[in-house]
Structure formats: C-alpha cells, structure tokens
Design a binder for this molecule. Structure first.
Ligand code: SF4
Length: 243
C-alpha cells in the first residue's frame, strides 16, 4: 500500500483494517516501513524500554537508523532501566534517544503537591511526569509509535495498526497489535537483544520504581500500581485524569 500520510485532521479509519498479516512478525515490519515512508523524520517512537520497546527499537533501527525515540524520564525509574538505555544507545548509536523530563523536579513536585504524590494522587503524578512531557514532545508531530498489544488488556483489545489519537491530537501507529507475550520474548531471544534485568526478577511490566512491584504470576501488565484501581498512566486514554 502507498504510504499515504494519514493525519489527525484527515483521519477516516485505519488504512490497514482489512488486512490480516500472515508473516512471521504479524505485520509489524510492514507497518513500520509504511509509517516511516509516510512520516519520515517527523515520526516519534515513545518508548518505555519494556520488552515490547526493545523489540520495536530493533525493528525501527533496521528501517530508519536515526529514528527519533522519546523516553519519558520521570526521574523515578529503576537504575536497571537507565542501564538498559545505555546499552541500547551503544548498540544503536545512530538512534536519536531523547530523555524527556518533566518541568517539575521530584523536589519541586513534593513542595507543591506533598511528598510521594504517586501514593496520594497517582493520576496527578502521571499527569505531571508523563502526560504533560509527552504532550510537549508530540507538539506538531503528525504521528507517533506505541508498543500497545491487543491482548494486554480490555481497553487495548480494539487497538488498530493506525489510530486517531484524541489525547495528543495525532495519529498513533501500533505495529504490535497482534503480538502475544510469547512473540515478544521469542523475538528478543532470537535477536539476542538486551532487556531490562528486572524481567528476570519477576517484573513483567516495568514503569516507575514507586509504582511497580514484582509479581509471582500474572499477565504482562502485572505489578503496575498494585493495591490501587489504576491500570494505565493515561497516555492511552482519550482524556487525562487530571489537569
Ligand atoms: Fe508518578 Fe507512579 Fe505515574 Fe510514575 S507511574 S508518573 S511515579 S504515579
């Protein structure tokens, strides 16, 4: 299919909605190639450096070696996550990896909202430390890539390859929608990719340290915001929880 530039303004549905990929990577390479052909250097990948993240980085680096990657550096990530980022930078030196930080430092946030906002009001904390920085990073960006997979949760099961993103007034490209958790790990092993060491210590999904715990069993999103009703930071919801 021609690399038609789908925008937020002209969006009329996923151009791949009638396509069921039957290749080994379940359409991911095709979608990435289409997206980089359509958006070129304007395309941003917002990467959390989880298992899906390093798979996508490996695929992206083969298509666009100087792709723009944004990591939301909340300031409270695990040291293992920062170590992984350094390894990725060495393996793919041409990628432009941007460490996007929030306006408020942890100390400034504590003095304005109280200590450990992630405990008292995690939605506000995510808004300050993730949503606002991504909003800034995506300003003027026609499309961004996300590693969402349909099997991850109820709220993600209708995700398409190409989505109108109401939250960030952009187009969200999700190449891994048909991937299972096993697909992700098979790719990592087959390509000998570095991954976050915490995955081997019971953390399937790795976000900020204060909000991520190890789990004995569970799905690929297990261990995030345990003990609360919260399941999403808000990046993939149409409106953010706090303003
Ligand atoms: Fe704050 Fe936790 Fe959200 Fe990170 S995941 S921004 S620490 S509430």
């Amino acid at each position: 299919m021609a690399a038609e530039k789908v925008t937020y303004e002209n969006f009329s549905g996923d151009p791949f909605s009638d396509w069921t990929p039957d290749d080994k990577n379940k359409g991911a390479d095709t979608i990435l190639q289409w997206a980089y052909d359509a958006y070129g250097s304007d395309l941003v990948y917002a990467c959390s450096f989880g298992a899906e993240g390093i798979v996508l980085i490996d695929m992206i680096a083969k298509i666009k070696e100087d792709a723009h990657i944004v990591f939301l550096d909340t300031g409270v990530h695990f040291k293992e996550t920062y170590e992984l980022i350094e390894k990725v930078k060495k393996r793919y030196p041409s990628l432009k990896i941007e460490m996007k930080q929030p306006e408020l430092t942890i100390a400034a946030q504590a003095s304005q909202y109280g200590e450990e906002l992630w405990k008292t009001d995690p939605n506000q904390c995510c808004y300050i430390r993730k949503i606002l920085p991504l909003e800034e990073a995506l300003t003027g960006v026609p499309a961004w890539i996300s590693g969402l997979r349909r099997e991850q949760s109820e709220s993600r099961k209708n995700t398409n390859f190409v989505n109108k993103d109401e939250r960030f007034h952009s187009v969200k490209v999700c190449p891994l929608i048909y991937w299972t958790w096993d697909d992700v790990w098979n790719y990592i092993q087959e390509h000998h990719l570095d991954y976050n060491e915490l995955h081997d210590r019971g953390y399937p999904s790795i976000g900020c340290a204060p909000c991520t715990t190890a789990v004995e069993t569970g799905d690929s999103r297990g261990g995030r915001w345990q003990g609360t009703m919260k399941t999403e930071c808000g990046l993939h919801l149409p409106g953010s929880a706090k303003k």
